[in-house]
Design a binder for this molecule. Structure first.
Ligand code: PMP
Length: 428
């Protein structure tokens, strides 16, 4: 008997390319049928066949309060009743901008958009407009959304499908993107020494979360900061994933780096489409309507989306929120690593705040090359066995995972127990 998930996927493939509206959802890398979700509550989701899962994807990061948090849902309902969109300024957008600029030291001004891609794409245009330079530095395996200039040796779905650069990006565009190795300080110093005067900006994930999870090596982010300052380039910390996910002051607070521009998304919308980019006043002043760099959006700062985001931001910045989330995520990765050791499976795991990486290799990777050397086949088997156990992980060996405030200690224990059963079957 085919399942409802199978039926929906078969139908979807007739009407939507690959059956999905974003590639990694298609389970291509792990194989099998993607789960179509019907509802979520707290740490759990239910698929079209009624099967329940503990969810460690959380809509790819935004749902840090868990699914359908009552306060977020209420804010959305109350705001929606007053009108879905105006295409004119609202007090709620001001509230979010005031919150963000007061909260993050490097953010003098901020502009709201509707996705992470819009945030990074706009930040790069702004950095180029501000400096009058074209060259951008990014790092292999980092993903910053699907704007043309960023789809060069990128991460996330591009790694999942084994083609880190996209067709359809003109060579004229990609020639302005220099791709370096994440965590290679010497290489950064060398490139800046040679071409510093041409570099408009460096964009980096302060914790790389789109090639599984890689922590910044000691001194790596500081080296970017120093080089950008010395050579007049704009440092863009892409905190779309790490913002309000790694700590209350984002990764920039955790690692003590003040960028020139910050990009945000995911958590700041609490599951609704909100992105943002902001930074130094002198740079932000270059943006239309005050400056020559154009950027706009029909639904930017959408009141319903911003309402969900504000509820989320207020909760995650409460004292103690990140202490609990960080400890719980740490307990998860420690428990998984111990279960694998007990079973004799080469495996490691680590976390930063509420995000984590799982690796089928003996120690956490520190570079793109090391991530690529992980045992992808073992991950795929692990993924499917965990799915059967009722644990929903990201359907790719190259994605980070997420714990929410709704995940209880009992949820974590149940996940570790499920993994122990799976590792026993995977043991060599
Ligand atoms: N930057 C980073 C670091 C991301 O992780 C993502 C999405 N995973 C993006 C940008 C793009 O965001 P969106 O998918 O909302 O366009």
């Amino acid at each position: 008997m085919t399942s409802r998930n199978d039926q929906l996927f078969a139908e979807s493939q007739k009407h939507i390319p690959g059956g999905v509206n974003s590639p990694v959802r298609a389970f291509r890398s792990v194989g099998g049928t993607p789960r179509f979700f019907e509802r979520g509550l707290g740490s759990r989701v239910w698929d079209a066949d009624g099967k329940e899962y503990l969810d460690y994807v959380g809509s790819w990061g935004p749902l840090i309060l868990g699914h359908a948090h009552p306060d977020a849902v209420r804010a959305v309902q109350e705001t929606a009743a007053l009108g879905l969109s105006f295409g004119a300024p609202t007090a709620r957008e001001l509230e979010m901008a005031e919150f963000l600029t007061a909260w993050l030291p490097g953010l003098d001004q901020v502009r709201l958009v509707s996705s992470g891609t819009e945030a990074t794409m706009s930040a790069i245009r702004l950095a180029r407009g501000h400096t009058g330079r074209d060259l951008m530095i990014k790092f292999e395996g980092c993903y910053h959304g699907h704007a043309d200039s960023l789809l060069v040796k990128a991460g996330s779905g591009l790694l999942t499908f084994g083609s880190p650069s996209s067709a359809g990006v003109p060579a004229d565009t990609s020639k302005h993107t220099l791709v370096l190795d994440y965590n290679d300080i010497d290489q950064v110093n060398r490139v800046f020494a040679e071409r510093g005067g041409e570099i408009a900006c460096v964009i980096v994930e302060p914790v790389a979360g789109n090639m599984n999870l890689i922590k910044p090596a000691p001194g790596f982010l500081a080296c970017l900061r120093e080089n950008c300052t010395r050579h007049g380039a704009v440092l863009i910390l892409d905190e779309v994933m790490t913002g309000f996910r790694t700590g209350p002051k984002c990764a920039q607070g955790l690692y003590g780096i003040t960028p020139d521009l910050t990009t945000l998304g995911k958590v700041i919308g609490g599951g609704m489409p909100v992105g943002a980019f902001g930074g130094k006043a002198e740079i932000m002043a270059k943006l239309a309507p005050t400056g020559p760099v154009y950027q706009a959006g029909t639904l930017s700062g959408n009141p319903v989306a911003v309402a969900a985001g504000l509820v989320t931001l207020h909760k995650v910045t409460q004292p103690g929120f990140f202490e609990t989330l960080t400890a719980r995520t740490q307990r998860l990765v420690d428990g998984l690593a111990q279960a694998a050791r007990d079973a004799g499976v080469p495996f490691s795991a680590q976390s930063v705040g509420g995000m984590f990486g799982l690796y089928f290799r003996a120690a956490p990777p520190t570079s793109y090359a090391e991530v690529m050397a992980c045992d992808k086949e073992s991950f795929n088997r692990f993924f499917h066995m965990m799915l059967l156990e009722g644990v929903y992980l990201a359907p790719s060996a190259f994605e980070a995972g997420f714990v929410s405030a709704a995940h209880s200690d009992a949820d974590i224990d149940a996940t570790i127990a499920a993994a122990a059963r799976v590792f026993a079957k995977l043991a060599p």
